[in-house]
Design a protein around this ligand. Structure first.
Ligand SMILES: *[C@@H]1O[C@H](CO)[C@@H](O)[C@H](O)[C@H]1NC(C)=O
Ligand SMILES: *[C@@H]1O[C@H](CO)[C@@H](O)[C@H](O)[C@H]1NC(C)=O
Length: 365
């Protein structure tokens, strides 16, 4: 059985995923060397400047230009999607007002009132921000979008939300309906010191549980269970009980992780169709494995060989999909490279262990 091929595939997937960071490209703009931007009607050279959302390369510049006039310039990589900044009283999206800018099939910058989580309750040209009518601009320069606007206020709200829209979907006339964002983050800023404070993501504990349970259950325990079954058959029947215990533990953790994911999806109404579909396929495969285990034919039975093939096959597909979906989930959740590195390190370790055991198995044949 080409188990080593299977693990090599895992390693390749790992390399592909970790080397693939499509949205982090803030090289063309940084606070240390502010570019000159044509098309903004105010001078931004003396503005405070902060990197406010590393995962998406968001940079915010601002200045209290007059006692009741604040000027903002938000810049982000041009991924052919809208970018948005929301001003919120409580850090939540619902009830806040946002400035949304885009440079796509048409160019625009508009205030939206976020009356609810559905696209239909996000209303254009409404909101609590007093935006100066003649100085807003959205433009693209050196692969970045710049969105400039001025607010008539003595003190803007410090709870700031940022969002990136889905690629290629821009608000357009006459309705200017805003598609649901792909990525969102909730932050707090101290305008005086400029310190961008602790970033608090909504439902962070639920996200964490979802990620950790799925990663441990499907992505770590199950591969360990496979290793036990493949390389420790000489300890019969201990290997069997260990294998069953590890896979059951993995299944229970994974099931918990999927439930957390469904609850989270319900709460934040995230646009994660592929991630969810893959997760459900993995859960179905997991249930098939449990069923297959309960209905396994006797060891001496003729069909046992075919049952084994089926059980191995489904198990390997399950783990491969799980690894893909864990990395994909880390990407979707903007969990950061620490998660990629951690999960990748565990996979690499298991891979090395499997290689060593594989050699031993062949050597002692
Ligand atoms: C924008 O309008 C304000 C008055 O509301 C005026 O003082 C300012 O000069 C105008 N700015 C530009 C760039 O036209
Ligand atoms: C801000 O709004 C007030 C009225 O609400 C107005 O008197 C003032 O001129 C505005 N400031 C600017 C800079 O537009």
């Amino acid at each position: 059985m080409p188990t080593s091929f299977f693990f090599i595939t895992l390693l390749l997937l790992f390399i592909i995923f970790t080397s693939h960071t499509p949205f982090v490209n803030s090289e063309t703009d940084s606070c240390s060397s502010s570019p000159s931007i044509n098309g903004i009607s105010f001078d931004i050279t003396k503005f405070h400047c902060f990197s406010v959302w590393d995962a998406q390369g968001f940079i915010l510049r601002y200045q209290q230009t007059e006692s009741s006039l604040w000027s903002f310039v938000l810049s982000a990589p041009d991924t052919n999607a809208y970018i948005a900044i929301g001003f919120s009283s409580n850090g939540k999206m619902v009830g806040s007002s946002a400035i949304v800018g885009w440079v796509g099939s048409n160019v625009g910058i508009k205030q939206y009132y976020l009356g609810g989580r559905l696209s239909s309750s996000v209303e254009p040209n409404k909101g609590n921000l007093q935006v100066l009518g003649n100085t807003s601009a959205a433009l693209s320069q050196s692969n970045r979008i710049y969105m400039a606007f001025q607010l008539n206020t003595t003190q803007p709200q410090s709870k700031l939300l940022y969002a990136v829209g889905p690629q290629g979907q821009f608000p357009s006339s006459p309705e200017f309906r805003l598609s649901q964002h792909d990525y969102m983050i909730s932050t707090r800023i101290d305008y005086l010191t400029g310190q961008s404070g602790t970033v608090q993501t909504p439902y962070s504990r639920l996200r964490m549980s979802h990620g950790v349970l799925n990663m441990l259950g499907w992505g770590v325990l199950m591969p360990i269970g496979v290793i036990v079954a493949r390389y420790f058959k000489q300890f019969d029947p201990t290997w069997f009980y260990v294998h069953v215990s590890i896979q059951s533990g993995g299944f229970i953790l994974g099931l918990g992780g999927v439930v957390c994911g469904l609850v989270l999806n319900d709460r934040i109404n995230a646009n994660v169709v592929k991630h969810k579909a893959l997760g459900i396929v993995i859960l179905v495969l997991g249930c098939l494995q449990v069923t297959a285990f309960l209905a396994r034919p006797d060891k001496v039975s003729k069909v046992r060989k075919y049952w084994n093939w089926y059980h191995y096959g489904v198990g390997r597909v399950l783990i491969a999909l799980a690894v893909v979906n864990v990395f994909y989930g880390i990407h979707l959740g903007n969990a950061g490279n620490g998660w990629n590195a951690g999960f990748g390190a565990v996979l690499a370790f298991l891979f090395i262990v499997a290689i060593v055991l594989e050699f031993r198995k062949w050597a002692t044949k």
